[in-house]
Write a protein that binds this ligand. Sequence first.
Ligand SMILES: Cc1cc2nc3c(=O)[nH]c(=O)nc-3n(C[C@H](O)[C@H](O)[C@H](O)COP(=O)(O)OP(=O)(O)OC[C@H]3O[C@@H](n4cnc5c(N)ncnc54)[C@H](O)[C@@H]3O)c2cc1C
Length: 540
Amino acid sequence: MRVPHGIDSKAFSAAVRELEGIVGQQWVFTSEEDLYLYRDAYSPFWGEPEERLASAAVSPESVEQVQAILRIANAHKIPIYPISTGRNLGYGGAAPVYSGSVVLDLKRMNRILEIDEQAASCLVEPGVSYFDLYRHIRANKLKLWIDCPDPGWGSLVGNALDHGNGYTMNPFRDHFGAHCGMEVVLANGDLVRTGMGALPGAKTWQQSRYGFGPDVDGIFSQGNSGVVTKMGFWLMAEPEAYLAGTVMVSRHADLVPLMKAFSVLNNTNAMMATTRIGSPLQLGRVFGVPPEPEHAALLDKPGVTPDELEAYGRKNDLPYWTIDLKFYGGTEVVEAQWTYAMRVFKSAIPDVQFTKGDRLTFPLTDAQAEAVQDKASLGIPSLGAFFVGARSPNKPVGSHGHFWLSPILPLSAEAVLEAQKVFAGAFREWGVAPLYRALPQLYSPRAFYLLFGFEVSEDPAVNHKTRETVRRMIKLAAEHGWGEYRTAPAFMDDVMNVYSYNNHALRGLHERIKDALDPNGILAAGRCGIWPKHLRNGRS
Ligand SMILES: Cc1cc2nc3c(=O)[nH]c(=O)nc-3n(C[C@H](O)[C@H](O)[C@H](O)COP(=O)(O)OP(=O)(O)OC[C@H]3O[C@@H](n4cnc5c(N)ncnc54)[C@H](O)[C@@H]3O)c2cc1C
């Protein structure tokens, strides 16, 4: 049996028996075979000594069992790592940040506790997946939509607690931002409800966010002071119609007026959906269909200029930049929004072009929902995103997984162009493959996430080089004022280290909260670079 670092194997066996007494023997996992499921299949340390591994896993079915488990963990000083559905691929999977922790797997707590159609809200347990909630809504013909990330098998709670994002409109697409009220078991086993939930018999726990007093919910997101056992969310009322369209411009310099016009639409909430800046001319081989040979040769040419790409674009009818727009609402309203958007772009760039995409009315039949290409934009969960890195005619050898790095940039053309230049220069200098064609994604309503994807290899030497590149990128981004929003456990300390204003005052605050709420340091040690006292490597 694996044993957590610093724990005597007899003491650990005794703790395991106590855990079995709480949840039943069949819900405590210690065999290599069972624990394989708690490895991070996308770990950038795959098969290396630094890979983060669980010593055991325990799966409760009630809040009382969670409380009892944490009390046992405190008594024996056993490190615990909570997961909801543990599908956090790309950001750590189901594996703990601190190797040797016992994974607290909350998948069995999977009840949809409340769903209010008129208020468009719900209360769920951690094991409720996007598929579960979607199927429940459809089975009961409720006029509600969920907002899901690309893979629909994850949980509302786990995704929101890691600041995950989806693809419908504000405020639903920021999953933590769309939550309303929590129930949390603190590290010592105490039970707390936040917001209106602190009022016994509250009638608006899932509708009114703040309750009374300081808003503490944030410390449990990307934090490690509590286990969230219930969480409320706002859902989107099913709109009458949906209209999608694409804006296309042909010149490199068009990005400046394009972004200015887009900002007007975005900042007046005339366009509230997630979107991305695309560049059919610049897109290389990151995760898509490879360009045709002449285009590929141009992209591979060192120092290729925007003029050369523009000339290729003119010849082949390829736009330099694109932005997808999506509108949700009344049938006349989405048409009017599209007309208005076209006017705003035309006044900024007279030769701008548009294509109109999907135009749908709701509800969709099952067959129509199945046929939708861009499912996530309509809150339809799927696993289609796993095409990323998969084996295909263009990619005879599939990748061993991937992870992301997303420096966050201001919402402006100048910022995008500067970031492309900075990273392109760095990749040349470091001698690594040019990832600089990464393009910005609008998840936050006011900032771009510049999403870089890295493939995980079965070859430790390749992974070593990738990790070094990522670490350099984190520092380089920080030097330019661009921070990450989320990262894999391998890089959590690196990211927290660059949030260093006033001698790491924010990390100091997190550590004080950690010490107060989790004096034995048992819960999710190291999550987001927040370590308990005994693991701070000499820092007090
Ligand atoms: C191809 C691909 C595409 C992806 N696209 C997206 C995307 O569009 N958007 C997106 O957001 N993500 C995306 N991801 C990342 C990831 O798959 C999802 O975010 C997924 O929903 C996270 O898994 P989960 O919901 O099971 O969370 P979990 O793994 O359960 O939780 C994530 C972390 O939150 C903490 N946590 C979880 N539950 C609790 C709890 N109850 N109490 C305290 N702490 C807790 C833990 O530290 C845990 O490690 C993608 C991944 C892949 C592979």
